[in-house]
Design a protein around this ligand. Structure first.
Ligand code: UDP
Length: 330
């Protein structure tokens, strides 16, 4: 990357949402540096970006001091997005200490880089900051019901600490910040083995295996298509808010896991068995964003209907599974 144009840094840019964001920004003509440790992301997600002149990939972990290949750009970053963290419960609980440090130490390093660069900083936080919510749907003003000692705490409390740190940098006039609370997101470029409900169910449906329902399936989630999420993040980054506050980015269409399973069975057009597994510890009962603020302040709301998003995702998973079955020596 040789020009002297302004740069956008996307930490976690090889991940599921991050790689869609990199593509979106490149298509808008921005120059993008993608920083990723490839821990839970997929290098395949950025293969099509790597040939583009406005794109640079740096492999590094934000828990470690930022490498020279990032620091050399410090004066040119005008926007820094932080999407760097394992986000699936199965994967973020695999190394909980690293998850916590990614959120706290990693966010601190990126905030300091933003301060040094004079860049605006966007933290991707999460609906998990609401824990197992007692308020429904969840508004940004709700302070949450999180277990600080449970298996989800490394992520939930890590993100809560990251939000606190981000607002401290704002309060002390060091960095101009934005905080998005992202609700369940799905779409192409998720990891097949990510362990989340949509990736699991789609892989199972396509492989003819029983669909796994954790618990009785009456718990709810609200699923947002990744293209909508990315537009929301960008709108938030580029908007001036009347007051600094976190903004929910999600789709308010709430459904039970049983309803999600039924939808996928109907779409598959053939009978698929289901089987039940124990509900994981601290699994939230209900989750649905109130997106009034995003709508009023950013003019944003999701536009992709669930079935349309699932259809695109099914097609992508189908070709990935096919590709993975083909031996490289064949
Ligand atoms: N879940 C399920 N079957 C699966 C994976 C997950 O029923 O194969 C449930 C899980 O217990 C939770 C919901 O689906 O209630 C969403 O889980 P996910 O891991 O996708 O994300 P979460 O919203 O819990 O972070």
């Amino acid at each position: 990357m040789k020009t002297n144009k302004e740069l956008t840094l996307v930490a976690g840019g090889a991940g599921f949402i991050g790689s869609h964001l990199c593509r979106f920004l490149l298509d808008r003509g921005e120059q993008v540096v993608c920083l990723d440790n490839l821990q839970t992301s997929r290098e395949a997600n950025i293969l099509s970006l790597e040939g583009e002149s406005g794109f640079e990939f740096v492999e590094a972990d934000i828990v470690d001091p930022l490498p020279a290949s990032i620091l050399r750009h410090a004066g040119r970053f005008t926007r820094i997005y932080n999407l760097a963290c394992a986000a699936s419960p199965e994967l973020y609980q695999a190394d909980p200490e690293h998850t916590m440090l990614t959120n706290v130490l990693g966010t601190d390093r990126l905030l300091r880089l933003a301060e040094q660069s004079g860049a605006r900083f966007l933290l991707t936080s999460t609906s998990e900051v609401y824990g197992d919510p007692e308020m429904h749907p969840q508004r940004e003003s709700y302070r949450g019901n999180v277990s600080c000692t449970g298996p989800r705490a490394c992520y939930d409390e890590g993100k809560r600490a990251a939000e606190a740190l981000t607002f401290d940098f704002l309060r002390t006039s060091r960095v101009d910040v934005r905080v998005a609370r992202i609700f369940n997101t799905y779409g192409p470029q998720m990891r097949l083995d990510d362990g989340r409900v949509i990736s699991n169910l789609i892989c199972q449906a396509l492989s003819g295996e029983p669909l796994t329902i954790y618990g009785d399936g009456t718990q709810t989630r609200s699923f947002c298509y990744v293209g909508d999420t990315v537009r929301g993040l960008w709108r938030l980054m580029e908007s001036d808010l009347p007051e600094p506050q976190p903004i929910n980015i999600g789709n308010p269409q709430e459904l039970t896991i049983n309803e999600l399973v039924e939808t996928l069975r109907e779409m598959a057009g053939r009978p698929i068995e289901v089987c039940h597994r124990p509900l994981p510890t601290d699994d939230p009962r209900r989750r649905r964003p109130d997106i009034t603020l995003a709508h009023e302040l950013l003019g944003w709301k999701p536009t992709t209907p669930l079935r349309e998003g699932l259809r695109t995702t099914l097609t992508w998973f189908g070709s990935e599974l096919q590709r993975n079955r083909v031996s490289p020596l064949a």
